[in-house]
Design a protein around this ligand. Structure first.
Ligand code: UDP
Length: 383
Protein backbone atom coordinates (compact mmCIF):
# COMPACT_ATOMS: atom_id res chain seq x y z
CA UNK A 1 0.00 0.00 0.00
CA UNK A 2 1.48 3.37 -1.04
CA UNK A 3 2.21 5.33 2.14
CA UNK A 4 1.67 9.07 1.80
CA UNK A 5 2.42 11.98 4.13
CA UNK A 6 0.56 15.23 3.73
CA UNK A 7 1.85 18.28 5.56
CA UNK A 8 -1.00 20.67 6.26
CA UNK A 9 -4.71 20.02 6.77
CA UNK A 10 -6.01 22.99 4.77
CA UNK A 11 -7.88 22.59 1.50
CA UNK A 12 -4.80 21.36 -0.42
CA UNK A 13 -4.06 18.66 2.13
CA UNK A 14 -7.68 17.64 2.69
CA UNK A 15 -8.49 17.25 -1.02
CA UNK A 16 -5.30 15.22 -1.57
CA UNK A 17 -6.05 13.05 1.47
CA UNK A 18 -9.59 12.38 0.27
CA UNK A 19 -8.54 11.55 -3.30
CA UNK A 20 -5.52 9.43 -2.43
CA UNK A 21 -7.26 7.69 0.47
CA UNK A 22 -10.13 6.81 -1.84
CA UNK A 23 -7.65 5.48 -4.41
CA UNK A 24 -6.31 3.04 -1.83
CA UNK A 25 -3.23 4.86 -0.51
CA UNK A 26 -2.49 4.91 3.21
CA UNK A 27 -2.47 8.62 4.07
CA UNK A 28 -1.16 10.41 7.15
CA UNK A 29 -1.95 14.12 7.47
CA UNK A 30 0.07 16.35 9.80
CA UNK A 31 -0.83 19.84 10.93
CA UNK A 32 1.04 21.99 13.42
CA UNK A 33 -2.15 23.67 14.60
CA UNK A 34 -4.72 22.12 16.94
CA UNK A 35 -7.43 22.27 14.24
CA UNK A 36 -7.93 21.40 10.57
CA UNK A 37 -8.88 23.74 7.68
CA UNK A 38 -5.82 26.02 7.91
CA UNK A 39 -6.68 29.70 7.54
CA UNK A 40 -10.22 28.75 6.41
CA UNK A 41 -10.97 27.46 9.91
CA UNK A 42 -14.41 28.38 11.27
CA UNK A 43 -15.62 28.00 14.86
CA UNK A 44 -18.59 29.15 16.91
CA UNK A 45 -17.81 32.29 18.85
CA UNK A 46 -18.32 31.27 22.49
CA UNK A 47 -20.02 34.43 23.70
CA UNK A 48 -22.36 35.16 20.78
CA UNK A 49 -22.84 31.76 19.11
CA UNK A 50 -21.96 33.33 15.75
CA UNK A 51 -20.08 31.09 13.30
CA UNK A 52 -16.80 32.97 13.01
CA UNK A 53 -14.05 32.76 10.39
CA UNK A 54 -11.11 32.58 12.79
CA UNK A 55 -8.52 33.83 10.28
CA UNK A 56 -10.70 36.42 8.55
CA UNK A 57 -13.48 36.31 5.95
CA UNK A 58 -13.52 33.48 3.42
CA UNK A 59 -16.25 33.57 0.79
CA UNK A 60 -16.45 30.60 -1.52
CA UNK A 61 -16.76 31.46 -5.20
CA UNK A 62 -15.75 29.72 -8.40
CA UNK A 63 -16.60 29.47 -12.07
CA UNK A 64 -15.27 25.91 -12.14
CA UNK A 65 -18.29 23.58 -12.10
CA UNK A 66 -16.14 20.61 -11.18
CA UNK A 67 -14.87 22.38 -8.05
CA UNK A 68 -18.35 23.63 -7.15
CA UNK A 69 -19.85 20.15 -7.42
CA UNK A 70 -16.88 18.60 -5.67
CA UNK A 71 -16.99 20.75 -2.55
CA UNK A 72 -20.72 20.29 -2.15
CA UNK A 73 -20.18 16.55 -1.63
CA UNK A 74 -18.67 17.42 1.75
CA UNK A 75 -21.18 19.90 3.13
CA UNK A 76 -24.23 21.96 2.36
CA UNK A 77 -23.74 25.39 0.80
CA UNK A 78 -26.18 28.23 1.41
CA UNK A 79 -26.80 31.04 -1.07
CA UNK A 80 -24.53 33.96 -0.29
CA UNK A 81 -23.32 36.90 -2.38
CA UNK A 82 -20.55 39.09 -1.03
CA UNK A 83 -21.65 42.73 -1.37
CA UNK A 84 -18.88 44.84 0.09
CA UNK A 85 -19.35 48.42 1.21
CA UNK A 86 -16.50 50.91 1.43
CA UNK A 87 -16.13 54.03 3.50
CA UNK A 88 -14.13 56.79 1.87
CA UNK A 89 -14.04 60.25 3.40
CA UNK A 90 -17.32 60.58 5.27
CA UNK A 91 -19.42 58.61 2.81
CA UNK A 92 -20.26 54.98 2.20
CA UNK A 93 -20.11 53.44 -1.26
CA UNK A 94 -20.57 50.11 -2.97
CA UNK A 95 -17.54 48.03 -4.02
CA UNK A 96 -16.25 46.86 -6.47
CA UNK A 97 -16.44 50.08 -8.47
CA UNK A 98 -19.81 49.87 -10.23
CA UNK A 99 -22.27 52.33 -11.72
CA UNK A 100 -23.74 53.16 -8.30
CA UNK A 101 -20.25 53.91 -6.92
CA UNK A 102 -19.39 56.14 -9.89
CA UNK A 103 -22.72 57.97 -9.90
CA UNK A 104 -22.64 58.54 -6.13
CA UNK A 105 -19.02 59.56 -6.11
CA UNK A 106 -19.38 62.14 -8.91
CA UNK A 107 -23.02 63.06 -8.14
CA UNK A 108 -24.10 61.99 -11.63
CA UNK A 109 -26.76 59.82 -13.28
CA UNK A 110 -24.59 58.19 -15.97
CA UNK A 111 -25.97 55.37 -18.07
CA UNK A 112 -23.58 52.43 -18.68
CA UNK A 113 -22.44 53.89 -22.02
CA UNK A 114 -22.01 57.36 -20.55
CA UNK A 115 -19.99 55.98 -17.65
CA UNK A 116 -17.76 54.07 -20.03
CA UNK A 117 -17.12 57.23 -22.05
CA UNK A 118 -16.46 59.11 -18.80
CA UNK A 119 -13.88 56.54 -17.68
CA UNK A 120 -12.14 56.84 -21.06
CA UNK A 121 -11.85 60.56 -20.28
CA UNK A 122 -10.69 60.32 -16.65
CA UNK A 123 -8.31 57.39 -17.20
CA UNK A 124 -4.69 58.47 -17.65
CA UNK A 125 -4.03 57.78 -21.32
CA UNK A 126 -0.36 58.67 -21.05
CA UNK A 127 0.21 55.28 -19.37
CA UNK A 128 0.39 52.85 -22.27
CA UNK A 129 1.61 49.82 -20.35
CA UNK A 130 0.89 50.03 -16.60
CA UNK A 131 3.99 48.79 -14.78
CA UNK A 132 2.55 48.69 -11.27
CA UNK A 133 -0.65 48.84 -9.18
CA UNK A 134 -0.77 52.65 -9.17
CA UNK A 135 -0.28 53.01 -12.91
CA UNK A 136 -2.86 50.30 -13.55
CA UNK A 137 -5.39 52.18 -11.39
CA UNK A 138 -4.57 55.62 -12.85
CA UNK A 139 -4.90 54.39 -16.42
CA UNK A 140 -8.19 52.65 -15.65
CA UNK A 141 -10.02 55.15 -13.40
CA UNK A 142 -7.95 58.32 -12.96
CA UNK A 143 -6.56 59.87 -9.82
CA UNK A 144 -9.73 60.78 -7.89
CA UNK A 145 -11.21 57.28 -7.73
CA UNK A 146 -7.80 55.72 -7.20
CA UNK A 147 -7.07 57.96 -4.22
CA UNK A 148 -10.56 57.53 -2.77
CA UNK A 149 -10.74 53.73 -2.88
CA UNK A 150 -7.35 52.16 -3.52
CA UNK A 151 -4.38 54.26 -2.45
CA UNK A 152 -4.99 54.27 1.31
CA UNK A 153 -6.40 50.75 1.59
CA UNK A 154 -3.59 49.26 -0.46
CA UNK A 155 -0.90 51.13 1.47
CA UNK A 156 -2.35 49.77 4.73
CA UNK A 157 -2.82 46.26 3.37
CA UNK A 158 0.65 45.86 1.85
CA UNK A 159 2.68 48.31 3.96
CA UNK A 160 4.11 50.04 0.90
CA UNK A 161 2.99 52.52 -1.75
CA UNK A 162 0.90 51.02 -4.59
CA UNK A 163 3.59 52.19 -7.04
CA UNK A 164 5.81 49.44 -5.55
CA UNK A 165 3.18 46.70 -6.07
CA UNK A 166 2.34 44.61 -9.14
CA UNK A 167 -0.67 45.55 -11.30
CA UNK A 168 -1.97 41.99 -10.86
CA UNK A 169 -3.26 42.78 -7.34
CA UNK A 170 -5.67 45.41 -8.68
CA UNK A 171 -6.80 43.02 -11.40
CA UNK A 172 -8.47 40.93 -8.67
CA UNK A 173 -11.19 43.60 -8.56
CA UNK A 174 -13.45 44.33 -11.53
CA UNK A 175 -14.63 47.79 -12.61
CA UNK A 176 -18.26 47.60 -13.72
CA UNK A 177 -20.47 49.83 -15.83
CA UNK A 178 -23.70 48.41 -14.44
CA UNK A 179 -25.26 48.16 -10.97
CA UNK A 180 -23.92 44.68 -10.22
CA UNK A 181 -22.48 44.93 -6.72
CA UNK A 182 -21.40 41.29 -6.40
CA UNK A 183 -17.79 41.45 -5.21
CA UNK A 184 -16.89 38.46 -7.36
CA UNK A 185 -17.35 37.77 -11.04
CA UNK A 186 -17.59 33.99 -10.44
CA UNK A 187 -20.57 31.95 -11.67
CA UNK A 188 -21.04 30.11 -8.36
CA UNK A 189 -20.87 31.55 -4.86
CA UNK A 190 -22.00 30.39 -1.43
CA UNK A 191 -21.22 29.81 2.22
CA UNK A 192 -20.97 26.44 3.94
CA UNK A 193 -23.97 26.09 6.25
CA UNK A 194 -21.86 24.64 9.07
CA UNK A 195 -18.55 26.30 8.23
CA UNK A 196 -15.40 25.32 6.35
CA UNK A 197 -13.98 23.23 9.18
CA UNK A 198 -16.85 20.75 8.95
CA UNK A 199 -16.25 20.44 5.19
CA UNK A 200 -12.54 19.79 5.68
CA UNK A 201 -13.31 17.28 8.46
CA UNK A 202 -15.61 15.44 6.08
CA UNK A 203 -12.90 15.39 3.41
CA UNK A 204 -10.49 13.88 5.93
CA UNK A 205 -13.02 11.34 7.19
CA UNK A 206 -11.86 8.20 5.38
CA UNK A 207 -10.70 4.85 6.73
CA UNK A 208 -7.36 5.18 4.92
CA UNK A 209 -6.69 8.67 6.31
CA UNK A 210 -5.15 9.38 9.71
CA UNK A 211 -4.81 12.96 11.00
CA UNK A 212 -2.12 14.13 13.45
CA UNK A 213 -2.91 17.58 14.85
CA UNK A 214 -0.39 19.65 16.80
CA UNK A 215 2.38 17.93 14.81
CA UNK A 216 4.65 19.93 12.55
CA UNK A 217 5.96 17.88 9.63
CA UNK A 218 9.55 18.40 8.60
CA UNK A 219 11.89 17.04 6.01
CA UNK A 220 13.47 14.54 8.40
CA UNK A 221 10.14 12.65 8.61
CA UNK A 222 9.94 12.13 4.84
CA UNK A 223 12.02 8.94 4.87
CA UNK A 224 9.12 6.95 6.38
CA UNK A 225 6.86 7.66 3.38
CA UNK A 226 6.71 6.81 -0.33
CA UNK A 227 5.76 10.39 -1.17
CA UNK A 228 5.17 13.69 0.66
CA UNK A 229 2.73 16.44 -0.31
CA UNK A 230 3.89 19.57 1.44
CA UNK A 231 1.54 22.54 1.87
CA UNK A 232 3.65 24.29 4.50
CA UNK A 233 5.85 27.29 3.65
CA UNK A 234 8.35 26.22 1.00
CA UNK A 235 11.18 28.13 2.74
CA UNK A 236 10.52 26.23 6.02
CA UNK A 237 11.11 22.89 4.22
CA UNK A 238 14.64 24.10 3.53
CA UNK A 239 15.12 25.61 7.02
CA UNK A 240 14.98 29.10 5.46
CA UNK A 241 18.45 28.50 4.01
CA UNK A 242 17.92 31.28 1.43
CA UNK A 243 16.19 33.61 3.88
CA UNK A 244 12.53 33.97 4.85
CA UNK A 245 9.99 34.64 2.12
CA UNK A 246 8.00 37.76 2.98
CA UNK A 247 4.33 37.59 3.93
CA UNK A 248 1.74 39.97 5.31
CA UNK A 249 -0.04 38.79 8.43
CA UNK A 250 -3.26 40.04 10.00
CA UNK A 251 -4.24 41.05 13.52
CA UNK A 252 -7.90 41.01 14.52
CA UNK A 253 -9.42 43.21 17.18
CA UNK A 254 -12.57 41.59 18.52
CA UNK A 255 -15.59 43.61 19.63
CA UNK A 256 -18.95 42.38 20.84
CA UNK A 257 -22.14 44.39 20.45
CA UNK A 258 -25.89 44.02 20.75
CA UNK A 259 -28.00 43.50 17.61
CA UNK A 260 -26.57 44.58 14.28
CA UNK A 261 -23.31 46.55 14.31
CA UNK A 262 -22.80 47.57 10.67
CA UNK A 263 -25.60 45.95 8.66
CA UNK A 264 -23.23 44.12 6.31
CA UNK A 265 -20.63 41.34 6.41
CA UNK A 266 -17.68 43.44 5.19
CA UNK A 267 -17.05 47.17 5.22
CA UNK A 268 -13.71 48.41 3.89
CA UNK A 269 -12.08 51.55 5.27
CA UNK A 270 -10.27 53.17 2.39
CA UNK A 271 -8.69 56.15 4.16
CA UNK A 272 -5.17 55.83 5.47
CA UNK A 273 -6.13 57.83 8.57
CA UNK A 274 -8.20 54.86 9.82
CA UNK A 275 -5.70 52.23 10.98
CA UNK A 276 -7.73 49.08 10.14
CA UNK A 277 -8.40 47.94 6.56
CA UNK A 278 -11.86 46.48 7.09
CA UNK A 279 -14.42 45.38 9.64
CA UNK A 280 -16.10 42.01 9.25
CA UNK A 281 -19.34 41.25 11.08
CA UNK A 282 -19.50 37.50 10.91
CA UNK A 283 -23.21 36.95 11.62
CA UNK A 284 -23.89 38.43 8.18
CA UNK A 285 -21.91 35.60 6.57
CA UNK A 286 -24.67 33.27 7.83
CA UNK A 287 -27.89 35.23 7.22
CA UNK A 288 -29.97 32.04 7.70
CA UNK A 289 -29.03 32.06 11.41
CA UNK A 290 -30.21 34.51 14.04
CA UNK A 291 -28.26 35.76 17.04
CA UNK A 292 -29.13 38.48 19.53
CA UNK A 293 -25.58 39.63 19.97
CA UNK A 294 -22.95 40.23 17.35
CA UNK A 295 -19.19 39.93 17.06
CA UNK A 296 -17.06 42.06 14.75
CA UNK A 297 -13.37 41.95 13.92
CA UNK A 298 -11.33 44.96 12.91
CA UNK A 299 -8.58 43.80 10.60
CA UNK A 300 -5.04 45.20 10.68
CA UNK A 301 -2.29 44.15 8.30
CA UNK A 302 1.43 44.07 9.06
CA UNK A 303 4.65 42.35 8.04
CA UNK A 304 4.69 38.69 9.11
CA UNK A 305 7.31 37.79 11.74
CA UNK A 306 8.77 34.29 12.28
CA UNK A 307 6.11 33.36 14.86
CA UNK A 308 3.10 34.90 13.07
CA UNK A 309 0.58 33.25 10.78
CA UNK A 310 1.42 33.94 7.13
CA UNK A 311 -1.52 35.21 5.02
CA UNK A 312 -0.54 37.08 1.87
CA UNK A 313 2.69 36.30 -0.03
CA UNK A 314 4.37 39.60 -0.92
CA UNK A 315 5.92 38.37 -4.20
CA UNK A 316 7.85 41.45 -5.24
CA UNK A 317 10.92 41.17 -7.46
CA UNK A 318 13.21 40.41 -4.49
CA UNK A 319 10.95 37.66 -3.14
CA UNK A 320 10.58 36.16 -6.60
CA UNK A 321 14.36 35.87 -6.94
CA UNK A 322 14.46 34.19 -3.55
CA UNK A 323 11.54 31.95 -4.55
CA UNK A 324 13.38 30.95 -7.73
CA UNK A 325 16.24 29.64 -5.56
CA UNK A 326 13.84 27.58 -3.45
CA UNK A 327 12.16 26.25 -6.59
CA UNK A 328 15.51 25.10 -7.90
CA UNK A 329 16.20 23.30 -4.63
CA UNK A 330 12.71 21.80 -4.60
CA UNK A 331 13.15 20.43 -8.12
CA UNK A 332 16.35 18.72 -6.99
CA UNK A 333 14.49 16.87 -4.20
CA UNK A 334 12.80 13.57 -4.82
CA UNK A 335 9.62 12.23 -3.25
CA UNK A 336 8.06 15.59 -2.38
CA UNK A 337 5.49 17.76 -4.16
CA UNK A 338 4.84 21.35 -3.02
CA UNK A 339 1.20 22.47 -3.08
CA UNK A 340 -1.09 25.29 -2.03
CA UNK A 341 -0.63 28.91 -1.05
CA UNK A 342 2.36 28.39 1.24
CA UNK A 343 3.93 25.50 -0.67
CA UNK A 344 4.01 27.51 -3.90
CA UNK A 345 4.06 31.05 -2.40
CA UNK A 346 1.11 32.34 -4.41
CA UNK A 347 -1.96 34.50 -3.57
CA UNK A 348 -4.47 31.67 -4.08
CA UNK A 349 -8.20 31.66 -3.48
CA UNK A 350 -9.87 28.54 -2.08
CA UNK A 351 -11.33 27.37 -5.38
CA UNK A 352 -7.97 27.52 -7.17
CA UNK A 353 -6.34 25.60 -4.32
CA UNK A 354 -8.99 22.88 -4.63
CA UNK A 355 -8.71 22.68 -8.43
CA UNK A 356 -4.92 22.37 -8.18
CA UNK A 357 -5.13 19.73 -5.44
CA UNK A 358 -7.50 17.66 -7.58
CA UNK A 359 -5.10 17.93 -10.49
CA UNK A 360 -2.16 17.02 -8.25
CA UNK A 361 -3.95 13.88 -7.01
CA UNK A 362 -4.75 12.85 -10.59
CA UNK A 363 -1.17 13.40 -11.68
CA UNK A 364 0.14 11.37 -8.75
CA UNK A 365 -2.19 8.47 -9.41
CA UNK A 366 -1.20 8.48 -13.10
CA UNK A 367 2.52 8.57 -12.18
CA UNK A 368 2.01 5.64 -9.82
CA UNK A 369 0.96 3.53 -12.83
CA UNK A 370 3.87 4.67 -14.99
CA UNK A 371 7.61 4.92 -14.64
CA UNK A 372 8.18 8.70 -14.45
CA UNK A 373 8.60 10.45 -11.10
CA UNK A 374 6.04 12.82 -9.62
CA UNK A 375 7.33 16.42 -10.08
CA UNK A 376 8.01 18.88 -7.25
CA UNK A 377 5.33 21.22 -8.65
CA UNK A 378 2.21 20.58 -10.67
CA UNK A 379 1.90 24.33 -11.39
CA UNK A 380 4.92 26.58 -11.98
CA UNK A 381 4.98 28.88 -8.90
CA UNK A 382 6.60 31.68 -10.91
CA UNK A 383 4.11 31.63 -13.79
N1 UDP B 1 -8.22 47.01 -2.50
C1 UDP B 1 -8.28 48.37 -2.27
N2 UDP B 1 -9.40 48.88 -1.69
C2 UDP B 1 -10.44 48.12 -1.31
C3 UDP B 1 -10.38 46.73 -1.55
C4 UDP B 1 -9.25 46.20 -2.14
O1 UDP B 1 -7.34 49.10 -2.56
O2 UDP B 1 -11.41 48.67 -0.75
C5 UDP B 1 -6.99 46.45 -3.13
C6 UDP B 1 -5.96 46.02 -2.09
O3 UDP B 1 -4.67 46.29 -2.59
C7 UDP B 1 -6.20 44.53 -1.99
C8 UDP B 1 -6.54 44.18 -3.44
O4 UDP B 1 -7.29 45.30 -3.91
O5 UDP B 1 -5.06 43.83 -1.54
C9 UDP B 1 -7.33 42.89 -3.61
O6 UDP B 1 -8.51 42.97 -2.84
P1 UDP B 1 -9.27 41.66 -2.35
O7 UDP B 1 -10.57 42.11 -1.78
O8 UDP B 1 -9.28 40.66 -3.43
O9 UDP B 1 -8.34 41.16 -1.14
P2 UDP B 1 -8.59 39.99 -0.05
O10 UDP B 1 -10.06 39.89 0.21
O11 UDP B 1 -7.96 38.76 -0.65
O12 UDP B 1 -7.84 40.52 1.13
Amino acid sequence: MTHIAIAGAGFSGAVLAQELGRAGCRVEVFDARPHVAGNCHTARDGATGVLAHTYGPHIFHTSNLRVWEYIQQFGEFMPFVNRVKAISGDRVYSLPLNLLTTNQFFGRTFSPAEAQAFFAEIGDRSIAEPANFEEQALSLMGRELYEAFFKGYTTKQWGMPPSALPASILKRLPVRFNYDDNYYASIYQGMPRHGYTQIVENMLDHENVEVHLGTRFDRSMAKDFDHVFYSGPIDAWFDHSDGRLGYRTLDFEREEHAGDYQGNAVINYCNETVPWTRIAEHKHFAPWESHERTVVFKEYSRLCGPDDTPYYPIRLAEEKTQLARYIEKARAESGVTFVGRLGTYRYLDMHITIAEALETAERFLAHRQGTTAMPAFVVDPLA
